[in-house]
Design a protein around this ligand. Structure first.
Ligand code: G
Ligand code: G
Ligand code: MN
Ligand code: NA
Length: 262
């Protein structure tokens, strides 16, 4: 349909933009960074979310240049935030999370493109976290993991996104070059009441304890209430993201949020 013909030129026409959703430290409530979420401002249909065009971009191969563009914009944004924060000793420099689609993982240019972007922008690798879905890594062989390993060795964090929705072998985690688990929104949703369902509590408790024993940090997605945040904090989760803190928004908003609690 219409989207298919308009997509290939949307990048050169400058129709994509990025919103940022804060990542909040559960222990002290401070903003530590944000996840970059791409949108398409379509001339006829208005703002379209990634679910409307990412599958199409993957199918047509546009995802590679689009993903590169998102990465470069996001890393530039992180540099700007860091400049605005200043360099005081108490300042925790803001970080940026960027989603990678499975096609980008198999693209041979991934490592070099990332290195080039970090060098061009002068941003340290540890400012960047790349999010890969659990399903993209289920059954991954060494060829698929090699570029992620090289990025991890450089200091880039790799997060396993939507964790708990696939059915990866938990022992398999040891083999993956990941340093963060992003617990899927469905776990957060089951913490609707306080206290939450005891079985779900046990499951999350088990995941957190396993993650920490493997030196992985745990980020929870989809936090919509203070009660959920409190429950997840008690369970030992490290970082949270969700509407309770902020919806995805323009980059200026993240900077305001980060400065307010500084
Ligand atoms: O919040 P939102 O509806 O925008 O996000 C929906 C999903 O789209 C996210 O879970 C994320 O996995 C995906 N997504 C958002 N931005 C990007 C991007 O830049 N690249 C890829 N591959 N996926 C993205
Ligand atoms: O990468 P990922 O697919 O996890 O991207 C996050 C998605 O979840 C985006 O679509 C974003 O808009 C959505 N989202 C973010 N915070 C919340 C929340 O608190 N509740 C719900 N229901 N969705 C959220
Ligand atoms: Mn994500
Ligand atoms: Na997710």
């Amino acid at each position: 349909h219409g989207l298919t013909t308009a997509l290939p030129t949307a990048l050169e026409r400058g129709e994509f933009f990025i919103e940022y959703q804060p990542l909040v430290h559960l222990g002290d409530g401070s903003v530590r960074g944000a996840e970059a979420l791409v949108r398409w401002l379509h001339p006829q249909h208005g703002v379209l979310g990634p679910d409307r065009f990412i599958p199409l971009a993957e199918h047509t191969g546009l995802i590679v240049p689009l993903g590169r563009w998102v990465l470069e914009q996001s890393v530039r944004q992180a540099r700007e935030w860091r400049e605005l924060q200043g360099g005081g000793e108490a300042v925790v420099p803001l970080r940026i999370n960027v989603n990678l689609s499975p096609c980008q993982l198999t693209h041979p240019g991934l490592v070099q493109d990332t290195v080039d972007i970090l060098e061009r922008t002068g941003v340290a690798p540890d400012a960047l976290c790349l999010e890969v879905t659990e399903s993209a890594l289920i059954g991954a062989d060494d060829d698929l993991l090699k570029p992620l390993r090289r990025l991890a060795e450089m200091g880039v964090d790799i997060a396993l996104d939507d964790f708990g929705t696939g059915y990866s072998n938990l022992a398999n985690l040891r083999r993956l070059p990941v340093s963060v688990l992003k617990l899927d929104r469905s776990f957060t949703q089951s913490m609707q009441q306080f206290p939450a369902d005891p079985v779900d509590l046990k499951i999350v408790e088990g995941i957190v304890s396993l993650a920490h024993s493997l030196d992985l940090a745990v980020t929870v997605e989809g936090v919509e209430t203070g009660a959920q945040a409190e429950q997840l904090r008690i369970l030992g989760c490290d970082t949270a993201q969700g509407w309770y803190y902020a919806r995805p928004g323009p980059p200026e908003r993240l900077h305001q949020l980060a400065l307010v609690d500084a």
